[in-house]
Design a protein around this ligand. Structure first.
Ligand code: PLP
Length: 418
């Protein structure tokens, strides 16, 4: 590295020491990652777990191809949404019978938010984060418009103020623990406690938390949660999402989408809908079996993992990334927007730079895959299961080289997806 400052040597030694302390080779081998790629976009699309191709091959050729429709019974396809839901449940701190897998996060959000609001009749407010992921904001508006409720867009830091003023009017507080742009981590326990104290329910969107850190849904008394299958859970593009409904709500919760597979007796072909007991009433239509079984295979990555250890490695990596950025990118126009405080940091690091998109493109051309969020954030998702401190240093060193040599397009044309 001709442009690397002397501190690069120190950082390289530090990376080697940290990697020796927390060896990742064992779990990295669980993924089929291309050689020489540093994949910092697993918070958008997790990579392919090695366990998936043989399972998918079996599902295609033996199950679908040979056993045909009998597979719904002989290969337990029918039970898969609840079975795989229980597997996700273990990762997010939910005892069996409360988590379901199917449909997209957007669909699950709509269903869960409507159901949660209906459990708090007489309370007209839905609270969401002005910085929430767009689909969460749009769907909150849509649920409110269809049910005659009102939306309050209030940052998690300002929730206490809102609850003090009109807490008894709040039906549901719907937040994400991790800000998808800045990587800031909000306190699930404190926010859940505050909402409950006001008599409201909580709906957590765990897209950027599930698989990246321990989430103790049952222990924290969370009411509803949803999350993606394709980010830190690595279930594949468009993998089905999950829905968690705490058992204490099972008797009364009423999903907006009353599809036939959520019926108490789906094959009775009844005239009218009678909800299945428990979480199964969250089922809607025929599940996407190929994606669902890919996700099930992908989740075996977590079988023997302790999420506390995953979190510790993740914090070490994101902390090191911030340190490398502070040292190697100093004075080059970058501003870290991810909190340095580990208690307030999710599993990603975002840096602000006016040429974010061009820089991300130049990095990708050199095998460093991150992404950007408009208008000016470079976003690096850090998955502790396959990244090393040496990878992190390589990424930041490469970014320094691109900026100092000007080897990037400052204003490239935007693609549909970055
Ligand atoms: C990724 C993400 C989604 C995605 O929703 P889809 O329905 O899968 O497109 C929703 N919410 C949050 C917070 C996300 O990060």
């Amino acid at each position: 590295m001709t442009t690397a400052p002397p501190s690069h040597t120190e950082l390289a030694a530090r990376a080697a020491a940290l990697d020796a302390e927390a060896p990742l080779a064992d779990t990295r081998g669980r993924f089929l990652l291309p050689e020489n790629v540093v994949y910092l976009d697993g918070n958008s699309l997790g990579p392919l777990p090695a366990a998936v191709p043989p399972v998918l091959d079996d599902v295609l050729h033996r199950q679908w191809g040979t056993d045909l429709i009998a597979s719904w019974n002989t290969h337990a396809w029918w039970e898969a949404p609840v079975r795989v839901g229980d597997t996700v449940g273990r990762i997010v701190g939910a005892a069996p019978g409360q988590t379901l897998v199917g449909d997209s996060t957007s669909v699950q959000l709509y269903n869960a938010l409507g159901a949660a609001a209906a459990l708090r009749p007489g309370r007209p407010l839905l609270v969401t984060d002005p910085d929430h992921f767009p689909t969460d904001r749009y769907l909150t508006d849509s649920v409110a418009a269809r049910t005659g409720l009102e939306v309050r867009r209030v940052r998690p830091a300002d929730l206490h103020g809102l609850l003090a003023a009109e807490g008894d009017r709040v039906a549901v507080v719907g937040y994400s623990p991790v800000d998808y742009r800045t990587g800031e981590l909000h306190d699930i326990a404190a926010l859940t406690g505050a909402a409950h104290e006001a008599g409201a329910l909580v709906l957590w969107d765990l897209c950027h938390a599930a698989g990246a850190m321990p989430v103790r849904l049952d222990a924290l008394g969370v009411d509803f949660a949803v999350g993606c299958g394709y980010k830190f859970l690595n279930g594949g593009p468009g993998a089905p999402a999950f829905l968690y409904v705490a058992e204490r709500h099972h008797e009364h919760w009423s999903p907006a989408l009353t599809g036939w597979t959520g019926h108490a007796d789906p094959f009775g072909l009844h005239d009218t809908y009678t909800p299945a007991p428990g979480i199964a009433r969250g089922r809607i239509g025929t599940p996407p079996m190929l994606s669902l079984l890919c996700l099930e295979a992908a989740l075996t990555v977590f079988d023997d993992l302790d999420l506390e250890q995953v979190r510790a490695r993740s914090l070490s990596l994101t902390g090191f990334l911030l340190r490398c950025a502070g040292t190697l990118l100093d004075g080059l126009g970058f501003e870290p927007v991810t909190p340095a405080d580990p208690e307030r940091r999710g599993s990603q690091v975002s840096l602000r730079h006016p040429h974010a998109y061009g820089l991300v493109r130049a990095l990708a051309a050199r095998g460093i895959v991150g992404d950007m969020r408009a208008p000016d954030l470079l976003r690096f998702g850090v998955n502790a299961l396959y990244l090393s401190h040496a990878d992190v240093l390589r990424a930041v060193t490469c970014l320094r080289e691109i900026v100092t040599t000007g080897a990037y397009d400052a204003a490239p044309e935007r693609g549909a997806v970055t």
